[in-house]
Design a binder for this molecule. Sequence first.
Ligand code: FAD
Ligand code: SIN
Length: 536
Amino acid sequence: MRSYDYVIVGSGIAGLYAALMAREHGSVLVLTKGGVDESNTKYAQGGIAAAVGPDDSPGLHLEDTLEAGAGLVDPEAASILTSEAADRIADLVRFGVPFDSVDGEVALGREAAHSRSRIIHAGGDSTGFHIEVTLSEVARHSSVTIMEHSQALDVVAEDGIAKGIVALDARTNVTQEFACRHLILATGGCGQLYRVSTNPPVATADGVALAYRSGAEVMDMEFIQFHPTALRLPGVPVFLISEAVRGEGALLLNAEGERFMPGYDDRAELAPRDIVARAIVTEMTRTASDSVYLDVTHLPPERTAARFPQIMNYCRRYGLDITRDRIPVSPAAHYMMGGVRTNAWGETNIANLYACGETACTGVHGANRLASNSLLETVVFAKRVIERTLAAAPAPTSPVLDAVKLPDSLSGQHHAGIYRPEGDAMPRIGAPARALPFAESPLSLATLQALMWEKAGIVRDGAGLAEAALTLSMWQRSAPAPSDRPSHELSNLLIAGRLVAEAALIRQESRGAHYRTDFPNTSDAWRRHTTFRRDA
Ligand code: FAD
Ligand code: SIN
């Protein structure tokens, strides 16, 4: 068995940045289940938020982050995020990420719910591509070992201490074990849970599922961010139209050609994502249309071309000239606010097991992530993970935040503490009152995605969530044991989907990205986190 000081799972920005920091302190293996650059990171458009402008400060950035998170942001973690931002951007510049500038100064874009222009970008709207290519090139030419097509399956732990990882070579289907002193999960998000998603195929929640299976706590999974504006053209793959486009002045029009956002929120097109996404769904329903339109035709064409070259080229490929034509858009699953619960040093409740990036739940996003805070979170907390591994003898962590107390109406009794949805005992939601059409369909990625989109999507209710949870539990029981990369991914998505549906069912209120028609208001009693842990 090969042994390393650090095994890092994932080669997006979080994994690669952590690897580049760790190589100074020991041997590093990066496992990644596809090619090195296959990641959410590569597709990031808008940029990275950092309070570096003359009219800005980490305090203002913190205020906006707290406001967007709808009462569930951990203020300490968010303060770390915003105050360490400039130093982490400087690291990326040192690695060679070519951020855009104007007259020698860093160029700053605007995005929704930011009170200042503070979005640093590269290649106009190709920020993630430049980050991924730059970091992977630096890593390839360093002492870091990168093992592609190697899918992490399970944490190896003894006495509650992570000791290594079991991984599958996706090309030979052979499993092997790697031992390590520090195991870091940086596996990204869960966008593949949903039928319409901005995320690439690798986003199958593997980190959440394998951490959960190993006994790690998973938090706030009900909070899935739906991006309001993904290109909606028949037969054309889902493609993000960056929020930065609205930041530059794009307007949203409904199928009848009317601007509608001012009627929903004073901030109009720059209201937080959850508000814009729900407004779009309302307008689509009201006008019996499958999209609304983003309009940049009033902006100077040369400015649009310079600022959004990737979006412009992609649309042109499908016959759309965005300087003259309105862009049909609708919401798509985009980002997982919840994830593997960590403290401010990226530690989980399992000693030597860390998580960073989208797979982690550090508490900085609360119920709704502020635009462009995700790339920032990856580097701020990846850096802290490596710092923590250098501390003399990091103690196993204890829970950092309050766990949920189940409401009486769900459980029939009070449950203070950690909620454990696993095995046949779950869900405690009673027998279904009606047929379960999804459960009668054979399990496949497509049926799973359709179930989640319809029953645990942008607008939810108790009946739909209960149906989703029950269907998922039935599929879990009937699914054959996974044996290759796609079946392991499907099995992981089932776990993640179940965690999303159960958490959303428990949370009997609406807050941030979680909206229930049967509980449309925000309730102070629910200003708390949902935390799940599997029984041993
Ligand atoms: P990822 O970049 O997703 O990397 C995860 C890695 O883990 C991948 O290499 C994957 O192959 C690997 N992996 C997964 N499972 C396994 C396994 N079992 N074994 C081995 N390897 C595994 N955020 C912003 O802040 N600003 C933006 O402008 C922005 N734009 C976005 C645009 C799009 C279209 C999308 C999809 C997201 C955007 N986001 C943006 C969100 C942001 O890009 C992601 O949250 C961030 O890149 C996550 O980085 P990560 O390193 O945690 O995960
Ligand atoms: C975008 O460019 O709209 C995505 C930004 C983000 O997800 O933070």
